[in-house]
Ligand binder design. Structure first.
Ligand SMILES: Cc1cc2nc3c(=O)[nH]c(=O)nc-3n(C[C@H](O)[C@H](O)[C@H](O)COP(=O)(O)OP(=O)(O)OC[C@H]3O[C@@H](n4cnc5c(N)ncnc54)[C@H](O)[C@@H]3O)c2cc1C
Length: 387
């Protein structure tokens, strides 16, 4: 039996960020089912320069993007981005950096180890893990953090949350394309990726990531089939993308559910994708997982120091205050666009082309100011009245 103050299930950005922001006198164990931090890659790594400069300063972990082009079947919108530039992250390097931030703390990292279940007794949790050699290990802890992503490995089996049913599933081919402009990202929609979207993201280590994501159960198509028909379609010529014979395949899953502000269940807390943290419009969750993970680590330290649940109540309320409104609007939009036809997408990309770069980025970030909502309502009414 091992003991620690905090058992963290999942070594993605959320779990790693909780560990690194716990105080030095609090012991933690991270249990991570993969054999290596940041591998395999299960995300495409689009984020924003301002956030990454703030969250991970002085790290050579991203490619800066200042051209962002959108394509549908018959429309396009091209943006030169100055104000809020995107970046494409070197996901493995970022996650390894996040892990290194708790190397000097009393934290143990168990790789290739799967959390199985937990029982509570006298205010402590005894959790069973399966180690990489197949042996079982028990861990006694006062707190458990569910940072297991869409698996909700702790909270769902305990009946604290429902396992997500609506899921974004993505597949990505990563390859070298020498003549691709490395400051340009592409997002594409329409008949090639109905009920989802596709992307072309260049990295800072010379590769291009071509991905497609779909939402289940909104469509029966698998991302692999969608990718194959995209490759066969000739549409990639229009984007200036050439897929060579050899490429690496990355794939991943994230929840796409309505916002739920319940994240604290006594001494079990969920964070990151297990709390459905990714933005509803674009599914961008890495920076939010880091931010929420760090906030939780700091407030959990305070809860342990004062032996009071109040800091965790504050964590939950602050989380809702920051995201609830935007995520509810964004989820409504997400469900709507999941039903778009190719003609709807053409109209939508034409509308996008009329936006300035700031409005476009706010939409991508799922941030909805009152002004932009009013503008959308007026446009909608105009279309209803005048066609
Ligand atoms: C196809 C795709 C594209 C995406 N693109 C972007 C993007 O461009 N930009 C962006 O910001 N976000 C993107 N996201 C979302 C982003 O990846 C997530 O929001 C982010 O990874 C959430 O971090 P997390 O730490 O909560 O969960 P995860 O990164 O999912 O990490 C959880 C970890 O827990 C481990 N785990 C699960 N169950 C157990 C268990 N029982 N025992 C031990 N370990 C366990 C898993 O192996 C996993 O590694 C994308 C997601 C997908 C699927």
């Amino acid at each position: 039996m091992k003991t620690c103050d905090v058992l963290i299930v999942g070594g993605g950005p959320a779990g790693l960020s909780v560990a690194s922001s716990l105080a030095d006198n609090i012991s933690s164990i991270i249990v991570h089912q993969d054999m290596e931090i940041g591998k395999p890659v299960r995300t495409s790594g689009g984020s924003f320069l301002k956030d990454m400069e703030r969250l991970c300063p002085n790290q050579d972990i991203y490619q800066v993007i200042d051209k962002l082009d959108y394509f549908s079947d018959n429309a396009e919108a091209r943006f030169d981005v100055e104000t809020d530039k995107m970046v494409i992250l070197d996901v493995t390097k970022l996650y390894k950096h996040l892990a290194s931030l708790s190397d000097d703390k009393p934290r143990e990292l168990l790789l290739g180890t799967k959390y199985i279940n937990t029982v509570e007794e006298d205010g402590f949790y005894t959790s069973t893990l399966r180690l990489r050699d197949g042996e079982k290990q028990q861990v006694k802890s006062k707190y458990i953090i569910d940072a297991s992503g869409w698996h909700c490995a702790v909270t769902a089996p305990l009946g604290l949350v429902e396992k997500p049913e609506r899921l974004g599933i993505g597949t990505e081919y990563e390859f070298v394309q020498k003549d691709y402009p490395m400051n340009r990202a592409i997002l594409f929609v329409g008949s090639h990726v109905l009920s989802g979207y596709g992307w072309v993201f260049p990295t800072n280590y010379g590769t291009v990531r071509l991905g497609v994501g779909v939402i289940k159960p909104d469509t029966d198509d698998s991302p692999r089939d969608v990718m194959q028909s995209l490759l066969d379609s000739g549409f990639l010529d229009k984007l200036g993308v050439k897929v060579p014979e050899d490429y690496e395949v990355n794939s991943g899953i994230l929840p796409s559910e309505p916002f739920d502000q319940n994240v604290v269940f006594g001494n079990i807390i969920r964070v990151g994708d297990s709390a459905n943290c990714a933005t509803p419009v674009a599914g961008e969750g890495i920076r939010i997982a880091i931010e929420q993970g760090r906030a939780l680590g700091t407030l959990l330290t305070e809860a342990i120091r004062t032996n009071s649940p109040r800091p965790l109540d504050y964590f939950e309320k602050a989380y809702a205050a920051k995201y609830a409104r935007d995520y509810r609007i964004g989820f409504w939009a997400n469900q709507r666009i999941a039903r778009y036809t190719p003609a709807d997408w053409d109209k939508s990309v034409k509308r996008l082309a009329k936006m300035d770069e700031v409005q476009m980025t706010e939409l991508l970030r799922s941030r909805f100011s009152l002004k932009s909502i009013l503008r959308t309502v007026i446009l909608h009414l105009k279309r209803k009245l005048f066609g």
